[in-house]
Design a protein around this ligand. Structure first.
Ligand code: SAM
Ligand code: DTB
Ligand code: SF4
Length: 323
């Protein structure tokens, strides 16, 4: 049963359980709501890399910091389509297009994104975009072009968010999420752990997401990948047990949501990933690159999926608007 009245106290109590009872509870919820032998494979394409005016302290693409990532022009339609076709041929069932923009502007570039969405949707895969803030009209245009989901992360608790990003507010993010939801697009909204936040900040993010009705269709849980040159470049890695706990709690709070084990898998053993998947993660990014940082190779992931007995979840499985 889905619930929308989660409280921080409840989540703290769940979090304070020993690890295995917590994982066991999460696995129970997972098995009741999902095919436990399935995983969603999603490929990211960074259609506009770097030069972003926002100051997110974790990000390689912010123009505020000297990182190895340089601002690039937007990719052309053909190059994006080629990458998408390659991803689909390798078994991805969802393609996510990312742009390092503060917001969407009505422009030739946005028209090009609409074309990309249409053509990639025609490949019979779910298309997701993450382009920053957008207005109702733009959300509607994306929906008309066939877009399935829109990613816009809240990243952490409102209190901690203020210390990580100053160029926009938590409320700006919530406003965009409401616009996305209203337009009928699926909401993909998650966070990052390992930025120096407390466990209460992480749980507060889950309370905020879990109190949304409907719950987001997809919740990516990213582990910070420290980027040299950013203020969080020297941040210490958090314990894998914390990642497993976060995944388990996400699954318990949002039983039907796709929980994505996102950035940070390069550093994880198969054993650690097995526990995350057992605790309720049912989606991964697939392909050797995320937006700017590395991800396990397709060969490595294929080996892992076959070892775990996981098959790829078909596109549009639970969607009422299946094409
Ligand atoms: N610019 C858009 C935005 O911020 O909404 C979309 C792209 S942004 C890179 C998408 C998400 O990736 C961020 O919200 C953050 O959660 C995650 N992310 C970015 N840099 C990261 C890093 N170094 N480590 C882990 N996750 C990261
Ligand atoms: C999300 O939550 N994680 C993905 C996707 N949504 C867009 C992005 C991870 C980015 C990791 C850092 C990078 O590649 O620059
Ligand atoms: Fe820009 Fe998104 Fe990176 Fe923030 S996370 S600096 S908005 S690309």
């Amino acid at each position: 049963m889905e619930r929308y009245n989660w409280t921080l106290e409840e989540l703290v109590e769940l979090y304070n359980q020993p690890l295995l009872p917590l994982v066991s509870k999460a696995q129970g919820v997972h098995a009741q709501n999902h095919a436990i032998d399935e995983i969603q494979t999603c490929t990211l394409i960074s259609i506009k890399t770097g030069g972003c005016p926002e100051d997110c302290k974790y990000c390689a693409q912010s123009s505020r910091y000297q990182t190895a990532v340089k601002a690039e022009p937007m990719m052309g339609l053909e190059a994006v389509l080629e990458k998408a076709k390659e991803a689909v041929a390798r078994g991805s069932t969802r393609v996510c297009l990312g742009a390092a923009w503060k917001l969407v502007r009505d422009s030739k570039q946005f028209d090009a994104v609409l074309k990309m969405v249409k053509e990639i949707t025609d490949l019979k895969v779910e298309v997701c975009c993450t382009l920053g803030c957008l207005n109702e009209e733009q959300a509607e245009k994306l929906k008309q072009a066939g877009l399935f989901a829109y990613n816009h992360n809240l990243d952490s608790s409102e209190k901690f968010y203020k210390t990580i990003i100053t160029t926009r507010s938590y409320q700006d993010r919530l406003d965009t999420l409401n616009i996305v939801e209203k337009s009928g697009l699926s909401v993909c909204c998650g966070g990052i752990i390992g930025m120096g936040e407390t466990f209460e900040d992480r749980l507060q993010l889950l309370v905020t997401l879990g109190r949304r009705n409907p719950h987001p269709e997809s919740v990516p849980i990213n582990q910070l990948v420290p980027i040299s040159g950013t203020p969080l470049g020297d941040q210490k890695k958090i314990s894998t047990w914390e990642v497993i706990r976060m995944i388990a709690l996400t699954r318990i709070v949002m039983p039907k949501t796709m929980v994505r084990l996102s950035a940070g898998r390069m550093e994880m053993s198969f054993e650690a990933q097995a526990l995350c998947i057992f605790a309720g993660a049912n989606s991964i990014f697939y392909g050797e690159k995320l937006l700017t940082v590395g991800n396990p190779s397709v060969d490595t992931d294929e080996e892992m999926l076959s070892l775990f007995g996981l098959k790829k979840r078909p596109a549009f499985k639970d969607a009422s608007c299946a094409i």
